[in-house]
Write a protein that binds this ligand. Structure first.
Ligand SMILES: C[S@@+](CC[C@H](N)C(=O)[O-])C[C@H]1O[C@@H](n2cnc3c(N)ncnc32)[C@H](O)[C@@H]1O
Length: 278
């Protein structure tokens, strides 16, 4: 075959593949993954959901599906956790994302980029099932709050730290790591002790507590620290956060705080040339 004809054939093949790939990407980008043509895909998502034994978050998915979580964050948490209605342009970090309700909610509210981290692999698997169903661009990484640093993760305009502090053996270290990547606002929720004094105090449970749904409690060996409200605010101040405000004090959701980073600047992704990938 003459060389020019050979090149034409290669270019045609390339264009065929490129068009095919880009038309499917278009479907995903518009979040029409399940509604488009995809009976097989929606049955695949359904089978993936059913194959998971345990769900924490109930998450609404396209096609009327809802993950069978025992906690409904849309009604039980979202109204009290201080998420801004408008998140356009924000780089958001969701720490301890579980199945990802808050990551997907941030994306729904317009966040430019959502980075989510988790230590428990089944949660990452379930996050990715929901991500596929929603056609989401939020990214989950298997990493601990202790791994956070600006070199690897960049910096964030808005950080969610919901329901994780009391699971940690080193809460102050975690807040230090969060402060290193937060250049905007931190929203933090934690279970607290019942002590209502203004003296910072924390309750320590070296071997965990009873936890889980009220009608089906189970033992959770990872619930260690229950600070009182004064202690939460003191820990935030100690690690450099400012303008610490308690949100929704009337709600029975532990304690929720909004706090600002000492130095405010726009969140930015990691510098690929300085990131420690190798
Ligand atoms: C109670 S759930 C909270 C989930 C979600 N943020 C919410 O508020 O609904 C706590 C999550 O934090 C995760 N987790 C525990 N230790 C962690 C750590 N060191 N770093 C990141 N995530 C952690 C757990 O695996 C679990 O999924």
């Amino acid at each position: 075959m003459p060389i020019s004809k050979g090149i034409r054939v290669i270019v045609k093949r390339f264009l065929r593949v490129w068009r095919k790939e880009n038309s499917s990407r278009h479907i995903v980008d518009r979040g029409e993954f399940l509604q488009s043509d995809s009976q097989p895909l929606s049955s695949w998502i359904k089978s993936q959901i059913e194959s998971e034994k345990y769900w924490f978050h109930a998450i609404e998915l396209p096609g009327g599906m809802v993950t069978p979580g025992w906690s409904n964050p849309r009604t039980d948490k979202l109204p009290f956790f201080g998420l801004p209605d408008e998140m356009h342009g924000l780089r958001v970090l969701d720490i301890g994302h579980a199945e990802g309700f808050f990551s997907f909610e941030a994306e729904r509210r317009g966040a430019a980029e959502v980075v989510a981290i988790e230590t428990y692999p089944p949660m990452i698997r379930k996050f990715n099932i929901c991500r596929a169903a929603l056609g989401s661009s939020a990214q989950s990484f298997r990493a601990s709050v202790y791994d956070l640093n600006p070199k690897t993760f960049g910096t964030f305009d808005l950080v969610f730290f919901f329901g994780v502090l009391y699971h940690l053996r080193h809460p102050l270290l975690a807040l230090e790591r969060i402060h290193s990547v937060c250049t905007g606002t931190l929203l933090m929720q934690t279970a607290t002790s019942e002590d209502s004094s203004e003296v910072p105090k924390a309750e320590f449970h070296p071997f965990g507590i009873q936890s889980g749904p009220a009608d089906k409690p189970s033992y959770d060996p990872t619930c260690f620290w229950f600070p009182n409200v004064a202690c939460c605010a003191a820990m935030l101040a100690h690690t450099g956060f400012q303008q610490i405000v308690r949100l929704s004090p009337e709600a029975a959701v532990g304690a929720v705080f909004s706090a600002k980073a000492g130095v405010q600047s726009p969140g930015a992704p990691p510098d690929e040339y300085k990131a420690p990938w190798s």
